[in-house]
Design a binder for this molecule. Structure first.
Ligand code: F6R
Ligand code: ZN
Length: 189
């Protein structure tokens, strides 16, 4: 069986966060993260005062189908909502499929959750994080510049956002005086 895509070369721009050629750019604003931040009042006030951009996903034109290997650059802006750092929505793959993330620029990390425990992997430029099948995943900008990373995953992975919305990610990443702290669910007030 041959792929529906033709071979192609792409550029990964670690400065702009764009893949070229690219699918239409996906934009996620604070309003798109409804129900995910702990401080609902802070989330509402951010939506009402300009609803800032939180992240973009620039994806190569690869179909999300079995056998294909889609890849994309996610760029997360620096910022927080009530002290909780800007992050992606986070999801589980609906099929038992893994994924690889590789840091391109800025400072950030990968929060993983298997339903019981969480893990945290820093993703500096040059570092990769492996997401095994069966782990929910979310990324977080822990620095003061945009944080960009490459994601490569099986086209049959599928994306489930509802479970994260309902059960969370086992931890929250909070701004502190000196930097940030990954605070486990049981430590949260
Ligand atoms: C794909 C993947 C990433 C994310 C992207 C945005 O399986 O993990 O490409 O889709 O970082 O995050 P979400 O999808 O959680 O909004
Ligand atoms: Zn994924």
């Amino acid at each position: 069986m041959s792929s529906s895509a033709s071979p192609f070369a792409a550029t990964l721009d670690a400065v702009s966060g764009r893949v070229e050629p690219e699918h239409p750019l996906q934009e996620r604003r604070v309003s798109d993260l409804e129900g995910l931040y702990a401080d609902e009042a802070a989330w509402r006030s951010a939506v009402d005062s300009g609803n800032p951009l939180v992240y973009t996903v620039s994806a190569a034109p690869v179909p999300e189908e079995a056998g294909e290997v889609p890849f994309s650059i996610t760029s997360i802006e620096p910022g927080d909502v009530g002290g909780e750092l800007y992050m992606t929505k986070g999801h589980w793959h609906t099929a038992p499929e893994g994924e690889v993330y590789a840091g391109l620029s800025g400072e950030g990390g990968l929060l993983l959750f298997d339903g019981r425990e969480h893990r945290w992997i820093e993703l500096r430029p040059g570092a990769a994080g492996y997401i095994p099948p069966g782990w929910g995943h979310r990324t977080v900008n822990t620095g003061s510049e945009p944080f960009r990373f490459l994601a490569v995953y099986p086209g049959a992975a599928g994306h489930d956002y509802e479970t994260v919305l309902r059960d969370g990610m086992g931890a929250r990443v909070i701004r502190t005086n000196g930097g940030y702290e990954v605070r486990a669910r049981e430590e949260q007030a």
